[in-house]
Design a protein around this ligand. Structure first.
Ligand code: HEM
Length: 323
């Protein structure tokens, strides 16, 4: 059957066609490739972190290729927008529950189950508030510092038996106090510098909860975001001689905002940051007081699995002081 097309229907069809094509043109998606069906670019992403130990490499290569700090990719079965800049970090950290929300890949959600890391909205706010009452300076002073020092000392007794004699011959001194921890400024600068060079967490994810227009790009609701920790912390624009260890970078005002984010930022920033600081400083204090040490493989490779892991297990030679 023939459908007659009159002269009056032609302009109508042209208008419809123009409307459809115009809508498509105005939606300017970020540049990038979605890679292979389903796999996307997941293998390249994992290879950079796990085989090469440089999780930021995947991001940096694409930023250079597309000449854009924002690009799209497909990771773990999800269309994902990578924001590779300090302003991208700022956008994600300051828009929680407004334009984005926390999101983790299904494998991580399965491992973690239902906990603060995986919850969103009001439930997350409430859980954070509850947790804060166990992880604050008062609780540290009352509950944790002494226990950490005891456990740390036991650790050395158990694992380096040849040193038991030296350790037990020492008089038991006073335990560390919260004030002592605050005085360990240089040690914390060294630790911060180590975390700048090798961030313990590669990055984290968000989900767009509304259609987003970011730097002129359209990001539809439901797409995921990824930010990478080392990308800005190893950027020589923010950290001259970016690969050399210089703890003085953390003196005075320290790094520019949103460039050094090993603990994330904004309302979903790591809730255990102060606890981690305490734990690391107490451990370091015991180690430094009792031993000097030497790396047996100075340039040992570190891979992300998914956290930084020295491939040979970080063999060291320990020398007790006073021997
Ligand atoms: C050096 C050690 C640690 C580092 C580098 C670290 C880093 C991070 C990062 C990057 C996030 C994600 C932030 C985001 O998505 O924006 C996070 C979240 C979190 N961390 Fe840590 N973390 C450390 C230690 C700890 C410790 C010791 C605890 C527990 C006492 C802890 C508990 C949490 C929790 C519960 C969250 C989820 C917070 C939320 O989603 O509201 N972390 N951490």
């Amino acid at each position: 059957m023939e459908i007659p097309i009159s002269f009056s229907t032609v302009p109508f069809l042209v208008i419809i066609f123009l409307l459809i094509t115009r809508k498509k043109k105005t939606l300017n998606y970020p540049p990038g490739s979605l890679g292979w069906p389903f796999l996307g670019e997941t293998l390249e992403f994992l290879r950079a972190a796990n085989k090469e130990g440089k999780p930021e490499k995947f991001v940096r290569e694409r930023i250079e290729k597309y000449k854009s700090n924002i690009f799209k990719t497909s990771l773990m079965g999800e269309t994902m927008v990578v924001l590779g800049s300090a302003s991208g970090n700022k956008f994600l950290f300051s828009n929680e529950n407004k334009q984005v929300t926390i999101w983790w890949p299904v494998t991580i959600r399965k491992i973690l189950g239902s906990c603060l890391i995986t919850t969103v909205g009001e439930e997350a706010k409430l859980t954070r508030k509850m947790l804060s009452s166990f992880i604050n300076p008062d609780a540290f002073s009352r509950l944790y510092i002494k226990a950490m020092e005891v456990v740390g000392q036991d650790h050395f007794k158990n694992y380096w038996e040849e040193h038991i004699e030296i350790a037990s011959a020492k008089k038991e001194g006073e335990f560390l106090s919260w004030d002592d921890i605050q005085k360990m400024k240089y040690s914390w600068n060294v630790i911060s510098e180590v975390m700048r060079l090798t961030p313990p967490i590669m990055g984290a994810y968000r989900e767009a909860i509304v259609d987003i227009n970011y730097e002129g790009y359209h990001i539809p609701k439901g797409w995921k975001f990824y930010w990478n920790t080392a990308l800005t912390s190893l950027d020589s624009e923010f950290f001259p001689n970016a690969t050399s260890l210089e703890p003085s970078r953390f003196e005075e005002a320290g790094p520019a905002p949103y460039t050094y984010v090993p603990f994330g930022g904004g309302p979903r920033m790591c809730v255990g940051k102060e606890f981690a600081r305490l734990e690391i400083l107490v451990f370091l204090h015991i180690l430094i007081r009792k031993f000097s040490w030497k790396l047996l493989i100075p340039d040992e490779k570190i891979i992300y699995d998914p956290m930084p892991t020295p491939v040979e297990g970080l063999p060291i030679s320990l020398q007790p002081h006073n021997c």
